[in-house]
Design a binder for this molecule. Structure first.
Ligand SMILES: CC(C)(COP(=O)(O)OP(=O)(O)OC[C@H]1O[C@@H](n2cnc3c(N)ncnc32)[C@H](O)[C@@H]1OP(=O)(O)O)[C@@H](O)C(=O)NCCC(=O)NCCS
Length: 146
């Protein structure tokens, strides 16, 4: 059976913000993570293993629609198929929460991310020039859930 995702806990924030700092061009701060505790539309779901968090996914949910704000695997443990598995778990969570359509934006140069999204059945709906602060192009990707 696939492990379940659990909600973010305040004690996760330190380690997740460290991952962000190591790898992301526009890293989420501890405050960004903590702010989601005050929102009823934002869900940060953590994939926990014995050693602690292995990855997380941040989802914004409105009626029938979800937007994946972020998905990340521990930088020391990427390229082992876990991002693919985490995305599957996130889509299962969406189905269980009556989501019919999932959307996201991704940097057009973020090949590992685009790869896992396409494998999960997301399609590129369009490109947005200057989507990010340094002028990077973004792709808008969408998947309908059965
Ligand atoms: C995106 C992310 C979650 C993927 O996690 P992961 O555990 O490495 O993913 P997987 O191992 O399941 O799959 C990655 C795929 O990308 C491929 N890949 C990795 N680097 C690549 C590159 N530079 N160019 C092309 N493909 C690449 C891998 O071969 C693999 O594909 P395969 O399964 O067909 O071989 C991870 O890279 C991450 O946390 N990145 C930082 C956060 C981020 O950018 N999130 C996306 C926000 S939109």
């Amino acid at each position: 059976m696939m492990p379940a995702l659990r909600p973010l806990k305040p004690e996760d924030v330190e380690v997740l913000a460290e991952w962000e700092k190591k790898q992301r061009p526009y890293p989420w701060s501890k405050k960004n993570f903590l702010d989601t505790f005050h929102s009823d539309r934002h869900f940060i779901l953590v994939w926990e293993v014995v050693m602690g968090p292995r990855g997380f996914v941040a989802i914004q949910k409105t009626d029938g629609e979800a937007y994946i704000l972020n998905i990340m695997i521990d930088p020391l443990h990427q390229k082992k198929g876990w991002g693919t598995q985490l995305l599957k778990m996130a889509l299962d969570w969406c189905r269980e929460n009556q989501v019919k359509i999932v959307k996201l934006d991704v940097d057009a140069q973020n090949f590992p991310a685009i790869n896992i999204y396409q494998k999960a059945g997301f399609r590129i709906d369009g490109a947005r020039p200057n989507a990010y602060p340094r002028g990077e192009t973004g792709y808008v990707m969408t998947k309908n859930l059965d």
